[in-house]
Design a protein around this ligand. Structure first.
Ligand SMILES: NC(=O)c1ccc[n+]([C@@H]2O[C@H](COP(=O)([O-])OP(=O)(O)OC[C@H]3O[C@@H](n4cnc5c(N)ncnc54)[C@H](OP(=O)(O)O)[C@@H]3O)[C@@H](O)[C@H]2O)c1
Length: 336
């Protein structure tokens, strides 16, 4: 098994190295790629040193079984053919191909079989906000069809990459020294602030991030569910949180929902308000599952239910989800 990571210097690329190691992913060789900025840099993996190669239009992917790609949508579009031309399975973290009808969009807890039908040898990893939401929705969908979702996200700085994390730290340092904070990655200062604006605005008033939650949820769940999202950037370093409201076909009791979440794949129930137990990003960062708490009936709608999820968006929202897809393909004998 020969594996490539494209975009290894980035927030997600670095997480791939950790996740592949933690999960003892079976592999004989590893090839790392980046742009000219990180080419030549050396990373250690399982005690061996690997030098980053510059991604170019050549035959470097010959013999590579799986490529984990996290180098932005433009790079994925430009290099798709180069990466897949010898049959490499490209598992792509960008938004480039997610809604293409000939590219499966996969969350292993929800729709693993979709990964088997990949005419372009490309499998898309969904947006990080969508991944944690559909893992939770799947548990409820099993007991009653979900007709409608309203969700507000609280998205960590690291969702915008390694330089965004550095900018948030720098802003606090600058403010402590009484200096003007540097604002480059976000529309405004994020330190001591929240910004109701993730990705670009669309004609309908939603942002592209919010529309990803609408479109991707329907594609992954093969569902007619209606989704209305408000995506907000918060000064958290790592792990996204989401306040989710759902309307189901039949009323679901809190006990039923707890049971569904407690037994749902990829979920951990953390819901004991009396003991102040609920998930928070500070404590969930670097964990694998999606944590669910604050489960309650909607007092304004008998078919409504509200809950709170937190998950590490670099891990389950990106690298871990992609590695789980590859593990599934290996398990069912669909790649070498
Ligand atoms: N951060 C998250 O939580 C998250 C979650 C889900 C999905 N994603 C997606 O994953 C992708 C990467 O995100 P990130 O947060 O890791 O960003 P990042 O920290 O900014 O890293 C970007 C990576 O892309 C590489 N890259 C850029 N242009 C390239 C090119 N022409 N050829 C080869 N490599 C190139 C960079 O390599 P150099 O250093 O060599 O330029 C770097 O390794 C994005 O599409 C993002 O939307 C991110």
């Amino acid at each position: 098994m020969k594996v490539a990571i494209v975009g290894v210097s980035g927030a997600v690329g670095q997480e791939f190295l950790r996740v592949l190691d933690q999960r003892n992913f079976p592999m004989d060789d590893l090839v790392l790629f980046g742009s000219s900025r990180s080419a030549g840099r050396v990373y250690e993996f399982r005690g061996k040193q690997y030098t980053v190669k510059e991604l170019k239009h050549n035959d470097d992917f010959k013999g590579i079984d799986v490529a984990f790609v996290s180098a932005g949508a433009g790079t994925s579009r430009e290099y798709e053919k180069t990466i897949t031309k010898f049959g490499t399975v490209m598992i792509d973290n960008s938004s480039a191909f997610r809604m293409d009808s000939d590219v499966p969009l996969v969350v292993p807890e929800v729709n693993p079989e979709d990964a088997l039908d990949r005419p372009r040898s490309v499998i898309a990893n969904p947006n990080c906000t969508t991944i944690q939401m559909v893992v939770a929705l799947k548990a409820i969908e099993k007991i009653s069809h979900i007709k409608r979702v309203h969700v507000s996200t609280y998205q960590a700085a690291s969702g915008a990459g390694a330089t965004a994390m550095a900018e948030l730290v720098k802003q606090y340092e600058q403010l402590m020294k009484g200096e003007e904070p540097t604002v480059e990655k976000f529309a405004y200062q994020l330190a001591y602030n929240v910004i109701p604006h993730v990705d670009v605005f669309m004609d309908n008033g939603y942002t592209k991030e919010e529309m990803k939650m609408y479109n991707e949820t329907r594609k992954i769940m093969h569902s007619d569910v209606e989704v209305s999202a408000t995506c907000v950037r918060v000064p958290v370093m790592r792990a996204h949180s989401e306040a989710t409201w759902i309307e189901t076909e039949r009323p679901i009791s809190v006990e039923e929902a707890r049971q569904a979440f407690a037994t749902g794949e990829g979920l951990v129930l953390m819901d004991n308000p009396a003991e102040k137990e609920y998930p928070m990003p500070l404590f969930i960062a670097d964990h694998d599952p999606v944590y669910v708490g604050r489960i309650r009936k909607d007092i304004s709608n008998p078919n409504g239910l509200t809950f709170w999820t937190v998950s590490d968006q670099i891990k389950k929202g990106a690298a871990l989800n992609a590695v789980q897809i590859a593990e599934y393909l290996l398990k069912v004998g669909n790649i070498k």
